[in-house]
Design a protein. Structure first.
Length: 183
């Protein structure tokens, strides 16, 4: 009987720890979806085909190439073209890299042949901001942000475009989940 009591207390303790962790990660907080202008952004990137969970390599590759060339980048960006609920993981398409800051914009020619470069035009978008707490933020965030954006769009009758992207603002420890509106 004593062993059952110990197991019960351990299970309750584990549940409490998991719940506290989920609260810390923001999984129970209400998200604020905002309609605002986002962009333009010039990004250096690598194309990725495969699971979104495997994009870290591309982000790191681009960041390291930019660093070697002397570019000061503190914001990552990932464009995600496919809905993982509808497209097989090995066919998911994304562009992963870093935002080129205004001070480095005139040096873009130096990146020719090193990484791909594109500009995301300024547009109206639905945006959710979430904190970066730890590496789990990159997994929990999309599970919470995208459903909130889609729900808001349906309720407010906002037509979403085909482009969604995430901005990883490292100095401010925030992730911005962005879904462009149809123009």
């Amino acid at each position: 009987m004593n062993i059952l009591k110990i197991i019960g207390v351990a299970c309750i303790g584990l549940i409490v720890v998991v719940l506290l962790f989920l609260v810390y990660m923001g999984m129970f907080s209400k998200l604020n979806v905002q309609e605002k202008e986002m962009g333009p952004y010039t990004m250096a990137f690598e194309k990725v085909i495969g699971p979104y969970s495997k994009t870290k390599v591309a982000f790191d590759n681009v960041y390291n190439k930019l660093k070697e060339k002397g570019f000061a980048t503190t914001k990552g960006i990932g464009i995600y073209y496919d809905d993982p609920a509808k497209v097989p993981a090995n066919e998911l398409r994304s562009d992963c890299g870093s935002i080129i800051g205004d001070t480095d914009f005139i040096r873009l020619i130096e990146l020719q042949g090193v990484v791909e470069v594109q500009t995301i035009a300024a547009s109206k978008a639905l945006v959710v901001e979430m904190p970066i707490r730890n590496v789990m933020s990159y997994m929990f965030g999309p599970m919470k942000a995208y459903p909130a954006i889609i729900k808001y769009a349906k309720e407010m009758k906002v037509l979403l475009g085909d482009v969604s992207y995430e901005i990883y603002d490292m100095p401010n420890k925030k992730i911005y989940y962005v879904f462009q509106e149809k123009s």
